[in-house]
Design a protein around this ligand. Sequence first.
Ligand SMILES: [Zn+2]
Length: 233
Amino acid sequence: MLREIVLNGRKLTYELTRKQVKNINLRLHTDCSIHVSAPPRTAVASIERFMQENADRILDAMEKVGKREALRQQKELFEDGGTVFYLGAPYRLRVFEGTRNEVRLGSGELLLTVKDPSDPILRKKTVEKWLSARSKEQITELCHSIYPYFQARGIPFPLLRFRFMKSRWGSCNTAKGILTFHNRLAEKPVECIAYVVAHEFTHFLHADHSKRFYGELEKMMPDWKIRKKLLNE
Ligand SMILES: [Zn+2]
């Protein structure tokens, strides 16, 4: 249920969900919407009193999330002077007008040439096309270097696919022998890309995320947790 509340003089809406939970829980989504879950019998007055008591914390968090989201959107505009990450390192983006759409890597700079520098979609598409090609190169190489470990276990070399994925970095279709990877993995440090490759390959041994799966992954890549954390920063 969507409700309204005034916190420190600001009128806000929040989504109230009744759940079998012990306490009142507050969550903020990336679009700054507030989600509250509360036990079935807790009165709305108690919930809102709890929100009033935490008003500063809620508003601070909203500001932080809003700023982070604005920064993320800004980054996706690929404007001249902005930052693009390649293999975990920041590069200053320079945008030029030219007869072709292409990207070149300079020292500390990514040189983007497009037919129309004022077109944000063209800029994004051109950079993403370049990142896709780099991702494909990196991942293919990493797959070949990790493969002997799996070849020894009788796993055939998988079919590699690349696409833009919504909420994951990779996936494994064990039945069809297909590994799919995110086209923008090349933005991440190589050790993180190697983690995604190792993770997906390990699914050929264990399809789920069981203890045995992580045991196997740990044998091959003892520091996988650090790499995973870095990947999602
Ligand atoms: Zn997995």
